[in-house]
Design a protein around this ligand. Structure first.
Ligand code: FRU
Length: 471
């Protein structure tokens, strides 16, 4: 297939284009890849199909930024043009060694296009000296075959350094039981990799997934955290409701014995649109995570306009009270152009003044002890597009309801004396952070006219309200 002769779709309408999130210049985007800091810039790559608004032969799209908010589009870093990756340059990661940037990614290979499930996957390396032009190693693949007990699902390497050694965590599937697992490899030079074994594995597919995609492994506040995107977990009434999840385990891992003592698998984000998250360590020590703010098999209204997919805001991860919390990176305050509200309000219903409801930052804070009510709702409404965030006091629960099918998503919060909500809207997204990031909901939301924003409670409530207009 001659890729360069294909036509690229053009963006024909900017009604859903976001202002401060990374999205493709045109065409299709999925997973974040290769999130790294190199020579003064944050680099974020992504699964990219430039020649269509749907998933197709994967390239690595590329952008860089100095503040994690304003992204400069660079030429695609990788195209599926070598034997090992001729059906796609799948997800992977990046690391800086000396003055060079190394990308480690999965080459997807389908020998017979009429049988797309008969594929094989290898791990490959590309390098760059300037962070713009990348060269694939002539000796690729660097990992040619999965372990003997693995199925052909063997992808999404995340590279990291620990005590002078390089490691890779890889997503995979145990062939015999068709269950997901994460594998560990070790190297001294990023090119020669030695298989160490299994970090941990799903016990059953329905509980923990038939395939673990996009793993990441890092240490945060004394915890060894394994982030993964499991496919196939059975939904319960209020959990694992998306087609696929991004979840994590936390505990203590021994790199010598591969013993991993960890707690239960927990979802990282409770919204409709969050997948394949990847982290990076910033120069100042922050652990920053970005997810694909969409879901496989969802509707993408922006496809009609020549593009599809966006990333979440970059979020700082912290470990607090036995769980991961995430809040937008501190840089987001730079997006504020004007403060619209800063007041203590008391009442049961209020339409908020919103010069531009699709680009705002909203902060609501209320003391629960003095409030007699049981429900507090913030609502965005534009025609038949509606998104509600409701706090149920007795159940200590947040419910996000987005008009349409499969409407509700849930999160429990710790019983506490105050409720804190922080919300960022961008043209076709709403990101909701509850109690300083203890529960997070990422949502695509597609209003065609300016939404009204209403706050309502079933008994008078006192709320400290802050609102900023954003770029
Ligand atoms: C996750 C995923 C990865 C794969 C990539 C292909 O969304 O399926 O496992 O590498 O997307 O685009």
């Amino acid at each position: 297939m001659k890729l360069e002769q294909q036509r690229m779709p053009a963006v024909t309408n900017d009604r859903f284009r976001l202002h401060y999130h990374l999205m493709p210049p045109q065409g299709w985007m999925n997973d974040p890849n290769g999130f790294v800091y190199f020579q003064g810039y944050y680099h974020l790559f992504y699964q990219y199909h430039p020649y269509g608004v749907e998933w197709g032969p994967m390239h690595w799209g590329h952008a860089r930024s100095q503040d994690l908010l304003h992204w400069e589009t660079l030429p695609p870093a990788l195209a599926p043009d070598s034997e090992a990756d001729e059906s796609g340059c799948f997800s992977g990661s990046a690391i800086v060694k000396g003055n060079r940037l190394f990308l480690i990614y999965t080459g997807h290979h389908v020998p017979d296009e009429s049988k797309p499930d008969d594929f094989w996957q290898t791990q490959n390396v590309a390098v760059s000296d300037d962070g713009i032009h990348f060269y694939k190693l002539a000796t690729n693949p660097v990992i040619e075959t999965p372990p003997a007990d693995n199925s052909q699902h063997f992808r999404d390497p995340k590279v990291f350094e620990r005590d002078g050694q390089y490691y890779l965590v890889l997503g995979s599937q145990l062939a015999a039981t068709q269950t997901g697992r994460a594998l560990l490899y070790q190297s001294t030079n990023l090119v020669d990799w030695e298989y160490q074994g299994v970090i941990t594995a799903a016990s059953t597919a329905s509980e923990a997934g038939f395939m673990w995609e996009c793993p990441d492994f890092f240490r945060l506040n004394g915890q060894d955290v394994l982030l993964l995107s499991p496919q196939g977990i059975e939904a319960t009434e209020k959990e694992n409701l998306n087609l696929y999840q991004t979840s994590y385990l936390a505990g203590q891992f021994d790199f010598q014995t591969l013993d991993y003592q960890h707690g239960n698998l927990q979802e990282l984000d409770h919204g409709h649109d969050f997948y394949a998250a990847q982290t990076m360590l910033a120069p100042d020590g922050r652990r920053i995570v970005v997810g694909w703010m969409d879901m496989w098999e969802a509707e993408f209204p922006e496809q009609a306009d020549g593009w599809a997919g966006t990333m979440t805001l970059p979020r700082e991860l912290t470990w607090h009270a036995g769980q991961l919390c995430m809040l937008p990176v501190a840089e987001v305050t730079q997006l504020r152009t004007q403060q619209v509200i800063d007041e203590e309000w008391h009442g049961t219903k209020r339409n908020l003044p919103v010069p531009d409801a699709q680009h705002l930052e909203l902060h609501l804070h209320t003391k629960l002890a003095s409030w007699q009510g049981s429900q507090l709702t913030l609502q965005f409404q534009a025609g038949d597009q509606q998104l509600q965030v409701t706090y149920h006091k007795a159940q200590h629960e947040i419910i996000v309801t987005r008009a349409g099918q499969d409407a509700q998503r849930f999160a429990k919060v710790q019983p506490q004396v105050e409720l804190d909500l922080q919300i960022w809207t961008d043209t076709s997204s709403v990101e909701i952070f509850v109690n300083h990031g203890a529960a997070v909901f990422s949502e695509r939301f597609y209003p065609l006219s300016a939404p009204e924003v209403t706050l309502a409670a079933d008994a008078p409530v006192t709320v400290q309200l802050t609102e900023y207009q954003l770029h």
